[in-house]
Unconditional design. Sequence first.
Length: 337
Amino acid sequence: MTTSIDTAEPEPAPVLTFARTIDRALVHRAAVSEVLVTDLVQTGPEDFLAGAQLPVGHAYFSDHVRTPVTFDFLLLLEAARQAGVAASHRQLGISRDTTFLVNNWSIRIGDPQVLTPGDRPGEMELAGAVTPVTARNGRVRGVSSSVTLRIAGREAAHTRIDVGTAKSSDYGKLRFLQRRSTPPLTTDLLGVLRSRPADAADVGRRNPANVVLGEPIHLGDAVSAQVEPLFENKSLFDHTYDHIPAMVLTEAARQLAHLAGVPTDATVTGCTADFTRFAELDSPLVATARLEAAGAAADGRTGCAVAFEQDGAEAGRIALDFTPAPHGARAAEGTAR
């Protein structure tokens, strides 16, 4: 009696390319310059491997006062979002004529030093999966994506993003029914004067155009400010919106945390965000932040909770973890090649 031994070698891992970006429509971006994903390979029914190039000089993602400079957590989240959306279209068969709405997202950064840029744009590998969320009738009503991000072979972060999906034709009807009116668009509000914005340096920014908050109000252990981004900012509003998107709300939470007392050179290494309703463009949206009751942790980390309220109802809630800057620390060798 003889037995056969399977001597077949495992298939080699795909070699990702970083020479050019993928179709901007696949990641729901209007400008090619805002596309981060350079390659997308299907490795299973729901699994994928993607490549992304991280810019070292971006008008929004690189605009910080903190030193040393690191790739921003929102840049990583955006890369993961783009990869998940593209995989949803290619692998799950979701029509390109579909609106994706972020219900919640989270990111955990284990090693901030791996995010130190080199002298060239960073090359990041994203290994993830997109899982369809279906209704009882079998129709896809959302997608859950989980992604591990690696730079120079080292794990940088892990993300999870849950989105709802709606055909563009149904989306307009949904918005009208919820509001009982047609929502205005960001293009309708260009040039509209906002109230006095928060000071750019106080919220960790150099460019005032990247400030998304009005002047803060301090009440006891809390600080509040109205969310008032510039709709002319093409990094935050790459295309037309009828609401304030998740990226802007998360940026507002980070900026408000700095106004609440988190040093502007601290880095966000953890974020958990839940978006419970649309943040409308035509009604005041107020964010309120409180630092952790116990103060900074033993290792210097600080937590901050931010709640968003509009028309008497909660629109979202975001929790951030900050790690202090490693003053005098040297960048890890071989990072962000």
